[in-house]
Design a protein around this ligand. Structure first.
Ligand code: SF4
Length: 484
């Protein structure tokens, strides 16, 4: 039961968010998170507590450690009270739903949990692929609505920035709703199809391989074309006259590259299209695309000019390979110094396989990002800025659904969390629209008192035991606060 309600006739008015739903008996509110159960407003989902169990490499601790446990101890870091299912502090004048005392290594601690309502939030998506998804700053759409944009690509990955307050609340009602759905689905680990203006269609799911234009990406590249030349030059020495590693970023050419020079690879008279950066490194050999090495080419010879007869000779051998080893072809020059594709020798097949072996599996990574510097801090302390300072001073640890977060330097409490580190379906929404995400603050009880915490609302873990659902710690690594 929660006190976030008032009754009108047989309906209950929920005040857990600004929508203020009137909820009929037996029905749920607009967000499906609160319901009227026999005249009481209840949070529909169970409150989640995470426990380290033997199967996860930790010690199994009974919830109530025999007899009449006084409830003071949360059993150290083997148990984590999350904010999932806890409810919200809205309208922000009251303490967080659960402020739970604990003892860790003999120190009295307190964990303050709340489900934050975030309209300043979004997800940063890293898609491990060299394939061209769309121009930087291009609009990303879901169900036809603008939900974000393409941002700077990173090493072997394309990046999207989705959501944010402008798409959630600054556009049409439909744009806000679709953006909210997209963020929630991605954060809850569901697949979402995104289309990029003047670019590709990609299916993104946290922890899974991206699907670009219907093709499942298998590997991220071993490196750029230049790096690939450097890594494998020695393995090619003596087996081939020339190697070109095709890459939309930097295409590498063995005989011209410094690695080839140091290994005494002879000039081959090869002529590359594109803009030469430094010896053996070429930019813009083709347009970006979903073909070889993130370019738009399907025939690698398209990036070569005619061989120089002063250095080239009939019979000269050439390997062309992409940065993932997904594409590879072997050629010999004919009497007219034209490359003719022939069967690749086994030794070179092995070098292509080695490139593939060194490519990591392609995955999508979804980081949820939100600003908790606003009013939800009032649920933690009567003097909200002190919580911000306490987080900056590392006196207060922030987690989201029990998962560690990265808190940005600077003002506010702007954090990012890897959604795959959180229990399933940790995110909800309210139709304002905004995302609902769990956030927990853990600090020493003495520090909590010093920053003006709601000491009167501190309660022992035992007071939660009848209503909370206990799940095993979902990861292999240490729980927050366990160290090592
Ligand atoms: S949308 Fe959900 S949280 Fe908001 S008032 Fe309605 S039931 Fe309560």
């Amino acid at each position: 039961m929660t006190d976030t309600s008032s009754a009108v006739a047989d309906k209950i008015r929920c005040d857990a968010c600004p929508v203020m739903c009137y909820i009929k008996p037996g029905a749920a509110g607009a967000c499906d998170r609160y319901a009227n159960h026999d005249g009481e407003l209840v949070r529909v989902d169970p409150h989640i507590i995470l426990e380290r169990t033997v199967s996860h490499g930790g010690r199994l601790v009974p919830f109530q450690a025999g007899g009449d446990w006084d409830g003071k101890i949360v059993h150290g870091p083997s148990t984590i009270v999350t904010a999932i299912g806890a409810g919200t502090t809205y309208p922000d004048y009251k303490p967080a739903p659960f402020i739970v005392s604990s003892e860790v290594d003999g120190v009295d601690m307190v964990t303050v949990v709340t489900e934050g309502i975030f309209s300043y939030c979004g997800v940063k998506v890293k898609i491990d692929t060299d394939r061209y998804l769309g121009p930087e700053t291009a609009t990303v759409r879901a169900a036809g609505e603008a939900v974000g944009h393409v941002t700077t690509s990173e090493y072997g990955s394309q990046m999207l920035s989705l959501g944010g307050v402008h798409h959630l609340t600054g556009g049409s009602k439909k744009e806000g709703r679709v953006t909210c759905d997209t963020l929630m689905d991605l954060s809850n680990g569901k697949p979402v199809e995104l289309t990029i203006d003047s670019g590709a269609t990609v299916v993104v799911q946290a922890g899974r391989a991206p699907v670009v234009n219907g093709l499942t990406e298998e590997r991220m590249r071993v490196g750029c074309g230049s790096a690939t030349i450097g890594m494998f030059a020695k393995q090619w020495q003596g087996k081939i006259d020339e190697v070109v590693v095709v890459d939309d970023h930097i295409t590498g050419v063995l005989s011209e590259h410094q690695a080839g020079k140091l290994l005494d690879i002879a000039d081959t008279g090869i002529k590359m299209k594109g803009r030469r950066s430094t010896p053996g490194r070429y930019f813009q050999v083709a347009e970006p695309g979903t073909g070889w090495g993130g370019t738009n080419i399907s025939d690698p010879l398209a990036i070569l000019g005619p061989f120089d007869p002063k250095a080239a000779r009939p019979g000269l051998t050439l390997l062309m390979v992409s940065t993932t080893g997904e594409h590879a072809a072997y050629y010999q020059l004919d009497d007219g110094l034209r490359p003719v594709e022939t069967e690749m020798p086994d030794a070179l097949k092995q070098s292509v396989a080695r490139i593939q072996e060194n490519c990591e599996p392609a995955l999508c990574t979804v980081l949820f990002m939100a600003g908790a510097g606003g009013s939800l801090r009032a649920g933690v302390t009567e003097n909200p800025v002190r919580l911000t300072r306490s987080v900056k001073d590392a006196l207060t640890r922030v987690t989201s659904g029990g998962a560690p977060v990265y808190v940005w330097p600077g003002g506010g409490i702007t954090y990012m969390v890897d959604v795959t580190q959180m229990p399933a379906n940790a995110f909800g929404y309210v139709p304002t629209p905004a995302l609902v995400a769990p956030i927990e603050f853990t600090l020493r009880l003495s520090d909590y008192a010093a920053l003006g915490g709601h000491m009167e609302a501190v309660r022992p873990l035992s007071s939660l035991k009848d209503n909370a659902e206990r799940l095993p710690w979902p990861r292999q690594g240490p729980m927050p606060g366990q160290g090592g």
